[in-house]
Each structure stands twice: as structure tokens, then as C-alpha cells.
Design a protein around this ligand. Sequence first.
Ligand code: SF4
Ligand code: SF4
Length: 459
Amino acid sequence: MTWFLRGFLFYGLSEEILGLTTFKHGVHPEEHKALSCDQAIEDLPLPDDVYIPLQQHIGRPCSPVVQKKDEVKTGQLIGKAEGFVSSPVHASVTGSVKAVGLFLNSMGVRVPMIQIERSGDDVWQLLDKPDDWQKATPDELGRVVFEAGIVGMGGAAFPSHVKLKVSPEKPIDAFILNGCECEPYLTCDHRMMLERTDQVLLGMAIIMKILDVKKGFIGVENNKPDAIALLNERIKACGYDYKVMPMKVKYPQGAEKMLIKAILKRNVPAGGLPGDVGVIVHNVGTAVAVMEAVTEGKPLISRVVAVTGDGLSSPKNLQVRIGTPLKHAISFCGGLKDTAAQVFMGGPMMGFSQFDLSVPMVKATSGVVCTSQVKEFSQVTYPCIRCNSCVSACPVFLLPNRLSRLAEKAIFDEAEDFGILNCIECGSCVYVCPSHIPILQWIRVGKFRVNELKRKAAV
Ligand code: SF4
Ligand code: SF4
């Protein structure tokens, strides 16, 4: 048997033997989780000022319900949701409102935010919650999730109460808890599964009660064997009927469509949602936020963030208040090394490079990654050599080279025909491109313009 054939058989069979599931295409970025995966979650000291954006979610922005000089308590509503696909925001510290105005966000855009100057320790204002969540109705639990301002904390920031509202036309029969954390540097979900295992499982139980589903799966990449073992142990001890699914380490394993394909072998149609195939997916952090809201009455005012990278002195996993400036967390981690070259909000695959470290961390910030190697635009770009690597990497079977070119040439109708809106912005195409073409950046421009043209056409 040739080495090629042996390798092929081993590659194909090993996943079966190991019980690992995965999806087609994707990439294998070099892993850097060892920098912070053994660091227990620490509380980041409260900052002097927080900057809370009125839009931290997909959907309509909130309207401010406070004004300059108002005194606010931790957990108090400061921005009310406008419509169903929207999510309220709350004060993350106790203090006084210093400004309601425009401040820079992580995308480099000045957007409406509420600046609060902290006056001291927390004085809490909690939500109304049911006395016993097990006796509450799905609608009552869904109301708490909405009022707590919970959004997808894996990065998508879609309002969670919307995902939990099941339509009779599209029944849901399975729930997947996403513990993959496939970005090569991030470790916050890993630490939560290790340190807050029972809270994660309780959050999952509450979500499944709201959805009224019995089949529960937890997808975890196989590079977290300690989390897989502990989840299995606690599931058994607590009497849950959930199945932990070890997944092959591959990027973007944690994307909803990839996870559903790998675990349930169902294909979410192009342009469709997980609900179209009877599944809802939520992230580990979202489950903990749901648990805290429903059992403790706490709105989403803080989250765990992996502050890491080889350009940082002392990588950590931190519990941070929403609205805390990046520089406060970086300074608590010993500051940037002399070799630091780039800071990403989020992981380097899907995150955004930052030029101002005063921007705030928000509900969807899972990581702050400081690298000593410059990526993307700062490299020299060469012409496309038609190697097809980007096509082979794309997990949703698009033609990234073509889409990028069409966006660059402003041929948006054709870009739409070629499925530009189905791009999940995973960055796999950019990662493999030998010509360093900013494929994803052009696709983002194209998606923005296609959506804009569609909105104008609908008016
Ligand atoms: S085209 Fe979009 S979905 Fe495909 S690899 Fe590139 S970023 Fe990912
Ligand atoms: S990976 Fe880069 S060089 Fe290769 S086909 Fe895609 S865009 Fe062209």
C-alpha cells in the first residue's frame, strides 16, 4: 500500500475511531491557547469610567433612558430596546452619567455611547425574576432573557430572546451548546467550562426549558480534554441527559452551520437559519448569562474575556465589566511587550485590528489578542495566482477569490448571485491566501453594499 493511501485511510478512519465529528473544508491555524488556557478567571479591577454603546447587538439600536449627571446603579437600565430585534443595555458600574455622546468603537467608528464615571463599589439594581425557574413558563423565562439584555456571546451578538422564540411553523427538536472555541488564541469558554461547569449546565437546562426540547448536545473541540471529562462527570452527577460531542480541532468548527452539520448531519440552507433545520445553538458564555439572569436577576453587565497573545506580558482570562476600555485590561496584564505589533478585538481570524486602545469591550468581546507579528494589510499584496486555496478552505463552499474581485470592482449584483451574503466572515480564505489578498475585507465591503442596495430597493 502506498504511503499516500495509508495516509488517506488513516486520516479518514482516525476521526471515526476517535469518535470525532467535523465538517468539510476549513483550516488549521497554529494554536496559541497554551498562553492562557491554564490561567484561572480573575476579576479585572473596576475602571474609573465605562463607555457603554447603545448598540451591542444585531438589530435596532437602543434609546438612552438616562441623561448627563444622572446617578445610576450597577444593573440599572440605561438604554431601552427599540423593537423585537433589539436588546437593552445596563449600567455596568455604580456612578454618574458623564456623557451621552459619540465615542470610538472597535470598528473605528464614532457611535452613540453612555459614559459613566464610577463613584465607588457596586450598588446593585437587579431584575424581576421568577422565584422558581422550574415552575416559570417559557414566556416568563424568555422575558427575563430579554430584559437582561442577553445577546450571543460567541461574537455574533444576536439578541438571545429572539433565538429562543420558537415559531409553530418551525418546531425545534435539538439544542446545541457551543463550547468549541475554535479561534486559535481564545480560552474564555474553556475556562468557564472548567470553573463554572454547573452554571453552564444549569444555563443549558433553562434554555432547553424555554425551547421545550429534550435533545441536548455540547460541542467541544478535542483540544480541551479536561473540559470534556469534567462536563461528562457533572452531567452524570447532576442527572442531565446531555451528550458531549468531542469535535475535531478545525477552524471554524464553532460556526453554527459547521457545528450543526458535524453533530446532527443537517445542512442549514444558504441564506437560512439553524431554526430552519430544527436546531438552536447558543454559546457557553450565553448559557452562563441566562443562568445569572434567571436565577440571580443579574442583567448582562460583565463577561469573561481572554486577554492574551505573545505581544502581551502576562496573558489572563478576565471577568470584565462591559464598557471597560481595552487599555485597562492590557495594563492589568502587565502591558504590551516591546515586540507587540498588533492588537485584535476578538480572535485574529474574525476579529478587528485596533488603532486606539481606549475603545470599550462589549457584550460580544470574547478576546483581546496582542500579537508580535503583523498580519493582513500591512503585508505586501500580490496578484491572485488562481491557486484555489481559498476555495478549498471556504466552509460554506463559496468562491472567495471571485467574490472579493467582484466587490473590489463594485459589481454587486453578480456578487449577490454568487452568494456573497452567505459568507460567515470566518477569515479562512485570507488565512490561506499566498498572495495576502484582503479577501474578507473586500467581501465585507461587498456585503455591506449589497445589503444597502437591497434596503433601498425595498423602500
Ligand atoms: S468567503 Fe467567507 S465563509 Fe468563505 S472562507 Fe472566506 S470569510 Fe469564510
Ligand atoms: S488563495 Fe489567494 S491567490 Fe489563491 S486563488 Fe484565492 S485569492 Fe487567488
